[in-house]
Design a protein around this ligand. Sequence first.
Ligand code: ATP
Ligand code: MG
Length: 264
Amino acid sequence: MKPSVSRRDRVREMLADLKMPGALEAVDGILAQADSGSVTATEAIEQLLSSQIALRNNRRLVTAMRSSRLPAVKTLAEFDFAFQPSLQREQIESLHELGFVNRAENVILLGPPGVGKTHLAISLAISAAESGRRVYYGTLNDLVSSLEEAKTSGNLVRRLKVLTHPAVLVVDEIGYLPVSRDGAVLFFQLINARHEQASTILTSNKGFEEWGAVLGDEVMAAALIDRLLHHCHIVNIRGNSYRLREHQQLLQRRPEEQRAEAET
Ligand SMILES: Nc1ncnc2c1ncn2[C@@H]1O[C@H](COP(=O)(O)OP(=O)(O)OP(=O)(O)O)[C@@H](O)[C@H]1O
Ligand SMILES: [Mg+2]
């Protein structure tokens, strides 16, 4: 018995020395399972390393939530694919493996309100943050405002650099609010700087043919879309709003039925 006890102590010391607190916390439980024969040696090693990776990813996420301005934690695991049958689950899962980030490709999520565009943009950004990549989130209007402010205060070059640096930039809500033409020019500069350098994830409730109106310039919108689509994954969501899921029956009822109910 004794040598095995001291060997365990040695294992704990080594995990502490290697600064693996996640594994250290889990090691006794995992060894107990291994002793009782309920897990194999390979499973025990896998569980030990997974505990450490889970802790590391969590720390990365906490740090990213502070610096990335992500508005919420939304994960792929929380996404209900059954509610959104127009989505190809394999495409979404494979995007979460982050090959597109390594290749500096873009992702554009299109669809009407409430179908999960922001949810999936955030869950992709979170996967990237957990894998150690720098991420940043803003709505189109947030990003344009920050570029305009930087221009006014003579810091445009620095601000463009800051926004070009993250491996993943989420540009949410293209289409709800129009941006000024000057703002659109700054946004074009940003996309130009990121083109083939780093990934941008964009969401929009508008088809590309309407981006000219949003950006106040058809020619610039065309040049922007040209760059974005050059290396791009398009996710078109054609479903119902998840926000309204409890009211679907109400929304699907014929107007005359609703009128009749209102009159009674
Ligand atoms: N399929 C889904 N499974 C689980 N939750 C979902 C799903 N789709 C959307 N949601 C949730 O519903 C809410 C609305 O989704 P989200 O914000 O992603 O919509 P959106 O497409 O960005 O809409 P908008 O165009 O109005 O910004 C969020 O809380 C999101 O987490
Ligand atoms: Mg949204």
